[in-house]
Structure formats: structure tokens, C-alpha cells
Design a protein around this ligand. Structure first.
Ligand code: FAD
Length: 448
């Protein structure tokens, strides 16, 4: 049991606290169960108490109490992360940010929001002035902006705007520190990356300034192809097409469309499908691309009907995995960036090499100024050894894997220590209380 918990709770009397064990257990979880490797490591981890601050002053109060009693604090948005990012490894306080959900101000191209604002809720307000979030995960309806910046990377919109890590996609953050005397500081410019994708180990984000994109009338379209490489080449060509306004270019080859029950009547058996979000104004030129690659438009929903029926964005990115797992829970996934090769040779090789064991699923994104295929392949899981073999094979051939089967920040994507993040943590969290156990550099510094 966490020592001094009662003292902490009495200091925080008056705040919105949850101590009922079932609720606390529920709010200690995320979507780590997509990984059969993480499941046994994380399934029993729980916090001691959930605290739901209403404003920054309350966050400062909680931070002070945690520092006083040396109790760990793990920040939580909506808990939709896939790598156990918000799972408390050492108990303590779970700081649920969902009550801090205001859009504080907005103007053309820019908004200032609280971290607990859901991405879809932000769009709902900014669209009134003709703007929207530049990119969002497929969990857009439930995920928070603080959680996306703290633990996410990119998604719908990334085909045009790149990823969160690209300069210009996050302008400023306010963070509460866990020093002897916690304070709120503002980070701008490259300093934002001290806390972005740091899994809440480097401060509690209480406010963010985010750039916006023009909100086009997005049409949702599915195009089917009779062979995989035509679908993939169509995706690459469309993603590279400068005149085409696009938000999503996702390729789900056969047999993946079989997992999409609600769309079944539209998706011809045995075909390879492209899921697209395109500005309505680009429909005519889209037809030319479809013709070039001998595709067939099998589904179309106008921007006006966007809120009705299935949203195709919720079949893309890691929702593809979600639907497949709802049919076959033994399926897991990988995250891969393929090289900048317009002929897609390595991708074609992997498609044939692994066959049905590693089902290709492509998400095109802009990376370093050019469109590249990323893949969230669906893997028919057998053993951890085999999974690692699959990863090693990809890496040996020049595909970059962002491993989703680890909860350590460095081991997932960067593969190396981020010195700026480590130094910042030494300053703002000297007792290592923020989400302990997630930053390898910090663990190794302590010789653990
Ligand atoms: P949480 O899971 O609650 O938290 C994520 C991390 O951020 C945690 O480490 C937490 O401690 C930290 N954090 C939360 N709030 C704060 C704060 N205020 N200050 C500091 N740190 C904070 N991700 C993508 O990037 N792209 C995708 O397309 C995508 N698709 C997904 C599809 C499915 C079906 C699922 C289950 C997940 C997907 N994800 C995707 C992962 C996840 O949904 C997103 O990253 C999402 O943005 C996380 O938001 P959240 O509010 O749920 O964050």
C-alpha cells in the first residue's frame, strides 16, 4: 500500500476524488491489450486514487501534495493509448484531466485549449469559424488533446500535415512541475518537445496552443481494386498529388475488409480497398486517378452526411486493428515506416514474404516533405519470439518499426535517449514521481 495516502487525501479534501476500487481500477487502464506482450505486464496495475481537477490551481494543489508525501502521479486523458502510457506502474494518484476541457480562445489558424478537451469537441467549436484540428487519431471522438500530445503521434490529416513531432504542429504548452514548489511554466518553440510524447513523465500539461487547418467539406470514399499493388500505387500517387486536398489515404488489402461488418455490403469480396477523405471540390479529378489505376468507387458519403452512419475514419489507423480484433482477438499489430521509394518495392516484398501472417494495412503520411507509406500491419500472433523475428526482418531490410509492444518511451519509437527530455525531467521532476517506470533514461540513471 502507498504510504501517506490518507494524509494526501485529507490535504486534498474538497477536490473531486474517486476511491471506489472498481472505478479506480477502470481508470487505471488503457488499450494496452492490443499487445499480447504488454497484457501480462500491465493487467494488474492500479492506482490508489483518481483525482479530477477542474482547473490549473487544483492541479498545482495535487502536485504539491504528491511532492510533500512522495506519492507517484500518473496523468490520464481518455485512456485510449495503446502502450500502457497512462497505466500507473507504481500506484499512487491518477490525475484525470477530462474536466479541464475548455476551448479558451480561437482565431483563424490557431486555438488555445485545455488538455482534457476531446479532439472532436474542439473541432465542433473551431469549425464555426471555418477551421479544424490538423491531425487526429482515429480515436478522435473520445481522445483528449492532452493525451494525443502526451502519448500519440499522428493520424487522420497526417497525409497533408505530417506528424505531431513536426515543427509547427504544436505551438506552446503550459505545464505544472513537480518541484519542491510546483509551478506552471510555459514552453514555446522547440521547448514543447520536452513534454510532447513524454507520456506525462515531464510535467502536467494544463493548456496547449495548437495550429488549425482550413475545414474543407470532406467526402468519404471507398475505392476497390483487384490487386494489391494497384491499390498501393494509387495511394502513393494520390498522396503525392499536390492539387488534391486530402485528409485520409488508407489502404486495406484483402482480407482486412472482411473484418468491417458494418461496411460489408459495400466491399466486394476479395478486393483491396482504399479509404479516403477528400475535399468535395476534388471529386472530379479523383475520378481520373481512380481510372488510371483501374479502381471502382464502391462507397461515397457527402460532407453534408458526414455525421450520419459509419465514419470511414473509424476504419483507419488503429481502428483497423480494433475491428480485426473484435472478430479475432488473437490478432495484434505493428507500426512501420517504409522507405521513401515511389515504386514501393520493399512494401511489395513484405506483402509477399509474410502473406497472411502479417496483413498489410497502409496509412500514407507526409514525412520529411514527401508522402510515405506507414503501415499498421495486422499480425496473426503466435509467440513473442516470432513477433520479434518479424520486427527484426523488417528492420534488416530497411523498414523502420515503432514497436507498439513496449511501455518504455525510448523503446517504442526513438530507439535512443532524448537528452533534452531527461535533463528537463531532472529539473521539473527531481523525485521521479511523474508516471514512474516509463522513461528508460531515468531508470538507467538511477541504476535500476
Ligand atoms: P491517454 O491514453 O489518457 O494518455 C496518453 C499519454 O499522455 C499518457 O502517457 C498520459 O500520461 C499522457 N497525458 C495525458 N494527458 C496529459 C496531460 N494533460 N499532460 C501530460 N501528459 C498527459 N494514436 C495515434 O497517434 N494515432 C492514431 O491514429 C491512433 N489510433 C488509435 C486507434 C485505436 C482504436 C486506439 C485504441 C488507439 C489509437 N491511438 C492512436 C492511440 C490513442 O488513442 C491516441 O494517442 C490518443 O490521442 C490518446 O489520447 P487519450 O486522451 O486517450 O490519452
Amino acid at each position: 500500500p502507498t504510504t501517506n495516502l490518507d494524509a494526501l487525501l485529507s490535504d486534498l479534501n474538497g477536490l473531486d476524488l474517486i476511491t471506489e476500487p472498481n472505478q479506480v481500477a477502470k481508470l487505471s487502464q488503457d488499450y494496452y491489450h492490443f499487445s499480447p506482450v504488454l497484457t501480462p505486464q500491465l493487467k494488474d496495475k492500479v492506482g490508489d486514487v483518481v483525482i479530477r481537477p477542474a482547473n490549473e490551481a487544483e492541479v498545482l494543489r495535487v502536485a504539491q501534495a504528491c511532492v510533500n508525501y512522495k506519492i507517484p502521479l500518473t496523468v490520464r486523458g481518455a485512456g485510449t493509448g495503446n502502450y500502457g502510457q497512462c497505466i500507473p506502474l507504481a500506484g499512487g494518484v491518477i490525475l484525470d484531466m477530462t474536466r479541464m476541457s475548455a476551448v479558451k480562445w480561437m482565431k483563424p489558424g490557431l486555438a488555445c485549449v485545455e488538455p482534457g478537451a476531446k479532439l472532436a469537441a474542439i473541432d465542433k467549436q473551431t469549425r464555426d469559424i471555418g477551421w479544424e484540428i490538423r491531425m487526429a487519431p482515429s480515436t478522435y471522438r473520445t481522445a483528449t488533446i492532452g493525451g494525443f500530445v502526451g502519448g500519440g503521434s499522428g493520424g487522420i490529416g497526417s497525409v497533408t500535415y505530417g506528424q505531431l513531432r513536426d515543427r509547427g504542429n504544436l505551438l506552446a504548452v503550459r505545464v505544472v512541475t513537480m518541484e519542491d514548489q510546483p509551478r506552471a511554466i510555459e514552453l514555446r518553440g522547440d521547448d514543447v518537445y520536452k513534454v510532447a510524447h513524454a507520456y506525462g513523465t515531464n510535467g502536467i500539461i494544463t493548456e496547449l496552443e495548437i495550429p488549425l487547418a482550413p475545414a474543407y467539406p470532406w467526402t468519404e470514399i471507398i475505392v476497390s481494386f483487384s490487386d494489391f499493388m494497384s491499390a498501393a500505387q494509387f495511394g502513393q500517387t494520390l498522396s503525392d498529388a499536390d492539387g488534391m486536398i486530402k485528409k485520409l489515404v488508407c489502404i486495406c488489402p484483402d482480407p482486412i475488409p472482411k473484418y468491417f461488418a458494418a461496411l460489408k455490403s459495400y466491399l466486394p469480396e476479395g478486393t483491396h480497398c482504399a479509404f479516403l477523405m477528400i475535399s468535395e471540390t476534388c471529386l472530379e479529378p479523383l475520378n481520373e486517378f481512380v481510372k488510371d489505376f483501374k479502381g471502382t468507387i464502391v462507397y461515397q458519403k457527402s460532407a453534408q452526411d458526414a455525421s450520419r452512419g459509419a465514419a470511414i475514419a473509424e476504419y483507419s489507423w488503429n481502428h483497423t486493428t480494433l475491428h480485426a480484433r473484435s472478430v479475432d482477438p488473437t490478432i495484434t499489430y505493428l507500426q512501420t515506416l517504409f522507405p521513401d521509394d515511389k515504386n514501393l518495392q520493399l512494401l511489395e516484398h513484405m506483402y509477399h514474404h509474410f502473406g497472411d501472417e502479417v496483413m498489410m494495412h497502409l496509412e500514407f503520411l507526409r514525412y520529411g516533405g514527401t508522402a510515405r507509406p506507414a503501415s499498421l500491419q495486422l499480425v496473426r500472433y503466435s509467440t513473442e519470439e516470432r513477433l520479434n523475428e518479424i520486427i527484426k526482418y523488417h528492420e534488416s531490410k530497411g523498414a523502420y518499426i515503432f514497436n507498439p509492444h513496449t511501455y518504455l518511451i525510448e523503446d517504442g519509437g526513438m530507439k535512443m535517449v532524448d537528452t533534452a527530455q531527461l535533463q528537463f525531467k531532472q529539473k521539473v521532476d527531481p523525485y521521479g514521481l511523474l508516471n514512474p517506470g516509463k522513461m528508460r533514461a531515468w531508470l538507467e540513471k538511477d541504476g535500476k
